[in-house]
Structure formats: structure tokens, C-alpha cells
Write a protein that binds this ligand. Sequence first.
Ligand code: S3P
Length: 433
Amino acid sequence: MSIAAQERLVRPARNILGSLCLPGDKSISHRYAMLSAFAEGVSRFTNFSTGADCASTLACMAALGAKVNRTGPDSVEITGVAGRVTPAKHPLDCGNSGSTMRMISGLLAPQQGRFTLIGDASLSRRPMERIRKPLEAMGARLTLTEGHAPLTIDGGPLIAIDYTTPVPSAQVKSCILLAGLQTAGTTTIREAVRTRDHSELALRAFGASVTRTADSVSIGGPQPLHAIDAAVPGDLSSAAFFLCAAVLFPGSNLVLDAIGLNPTRASLLDVLTALGARISVLNLEEKHAELVGTVQISAPAEGMGSTEIGGALAAQLIDELPVLAAIAPYTSGGIRIRGARELRVKESDRIALAAKNLRAMGAEVEEFEDGLDVPGGQTLHGATIDSGGDHRIAMAFSVAALRAEGETLIQGAESASISFPEFFDLLDRVAER
Ligand code: S3P
């Protein structure tokens, strides 16, 4: 079989064994890049995300006047603009990255000038109304293209607001926080589900004061930010592919070093434990208020059980749901996912693509508007996988392929580099064949 550059053949494995260090967390890298570029002084980061998404953020911040110096493949030195960006001559290209577009919009809305943000075909289909509403409530002017990018911001001084987010979204929360940081008065965001709190922790690390209650976060403005040095924790959402691969093989033993274990991100460990995985966490420490630790995992000798995911858990696990759906046929009792409608507006419609690709591998699956029912006890066969150019779909089905009968061809495999360029090499390193 001839394989195109964008394709990858994944062969079944016999076991998952070894230890890995994973590249830096994508969410934290975006925030450190934006905040350091906005701060006063020179920040230095190691284990910075190697993904294309964070490179988009760095390029946007450089276009806005920050000095970005790549000091190594995963290290970067950023000299900030001390609170005042330069309007870019060209549109800011956010690539495939929703985090870049939504968070930078909040950073730019209070700045003087006109800013245009563009993205690739996938990003240009994703909903941006969710940031227009709160930013306009603060007095900003945002022009969208039928609810999507390209978007133009006519920036200027804003007013503080008290805003309840209609859909749980850390990106929207962060967008408002970054605008609130530069706005006189106290801006409050209320959320029904506590989404990842990397922005709150990062803002504090850069010297800002952020207060929090059980269901709200507030920031007073304007506040200056000061440069930091930091090592970015390993990305738990990238680790998810390896953790899920490890639970497929009784006798597996995998160690992942220095992984970010922020409690608003770490629900996957509870879900895998509920499925029967044996997990231990060692060397737990705090770095700039982010928890980091070594995760050791082995599969249950008796195989995985079953689980249901819904409500707040679905929101907190949103990036891990594709890989959980992909391993669900190999559980004994299946996995039921609900309350995950947001999956339909990610880099692709992840519910539709998960169902399509599970079926391509011979699995039975029922699709719902807000989730999937994947029965357990199924045998899958190798197939051609349509990743839809979505990095998490490409990687999720590479994991499903490890226990299928026969080889699996992943189309659009290069999309893994959006968050995790090293994925296929590291998978080959720990997969015993
Ligand atoms: C992210 C938040 C989530 C997540 C995305 C990264 C972040 O998106 O899916 O991959 O870094 O804040 P939403 O905030 O839109 O749910």
C-alpha cells in the first residue's frame, strides 16, 4: 500500500511499556505566551508546547510588538510590550487555534486601534458570538462574519461587567479576564461549571490579583503584569492518548513524567480509575500554582469495566472525550457520554467523526445530539480513518487501532502536529509489537 505524506499506518500492538516526558501543556503555553508578551520584562519558558497552535499565538504576539526569541525547540524567551500593543499591519492569523482567537480578542478589545483576526477553514467555522456578547457588554466593538472569523475589533477603553457564561468555556472566561485586567473597576465572570483555571493561576503568577468564589472569578483593573521564568508542565490532554492506550493491554506499565495535574483538568484519571486502571501519582509539586506530578498507569488484569460521563464531568473532560469514545468498544460494559454538545463545535464535529470512525472499524455506536453510546465487548478491525483534519480525532483513532485486528490508515495524520507533533514517534517508542 502506498501511503501519502498526510497519512499514517498504525499497526496493532501487543503491549504498552516504558516511560515518557511529554511536551508542555497547550492551554498553559498559550496563556504564558500571551501574558508574558503583554507584561513588562523578559520571560523565559522551557518545555513550551511544540504544537502549531501555540506557534500561532507566539506569531500573533510578535506581530503585536512583543519580542519572541525561540531559544530551543521547546524553549522561548519573550520580551513584553508592558501593557501597550502595536496594532499589527496585517490580519493576525490564529491558524487552527480557537484559544488564540478567543483569548487574544479579550486582550485586544481594551487596546487602542483596529485589529483583524483570521483563522484556517476549521477555525472560520467555529462560533465567535460567545466572545462578541460579553466584549460588547463591556463597550467593545466586534464585527464578525456571520458569527465567525474573520473578526475585527475596534478597541478602546471598556467598562467592567458582571457576566454569566451561557456555555461552560475556559476560553470565553479567559477572554473576559484579559479584558477585565485592563479595565477600571471589577469584572466578574460566573460559570455554572468550573472550567479549567489556568488563566486565573497564570494571571496571579504574573503578579495580578484575581479573586474566586465557588462559581465566580473576579479581576480588578487596570493591573500591570511582570515577567516570569517557568517550566511548562507536560500536557495531560496529550498524555490522555498514552494513558488510554495503556489501559487497553493487561500487563501494561507506563510512566509519564512531569505531567500537569491541575484539578480542573485531571478528571480523566478518575474516569480511568473507574474503568479499573491502576494509577499512582508520584513526586507531586506545585509550579506557579499548577500541580505537576509523575503518573504511573497499568491496565486492569480483568479488563476495563464501564462508565457514564455527563454534566460537569463532560465539560471538564471535553478534550479527552474523543479518545475515551475510541477505546470504549474494548471495555466490557461500554461508555455512555452525554452533555457534550460542545464537541460538535470543536476543530471538527467530534461526535459525528467519532461515530463515523468507530463504525468504519466495525463498531456499533449510537449517536446523540450531545454524546454517544458505545457498547463494550466489541472487536474492531483496521480501517481507513477520516480525521477531518482534527488532531484529537487522528490521535484518538491511532489509539483504537492498537487493539484492532489488522492495520489502520489514519488520513490527515499530520494534524496531530496542531497540539502534539511528537505523537507518532512517542507512540512507536512505547508500543510493543
Ligand atoms: C481550552 C478550553 C477548551 C478546550 C480547548 C482549550 C483552553 O475550550 O476544548 O482545547 O485552553 O482554555 P472551550 O473553552 O471552548 O471549552
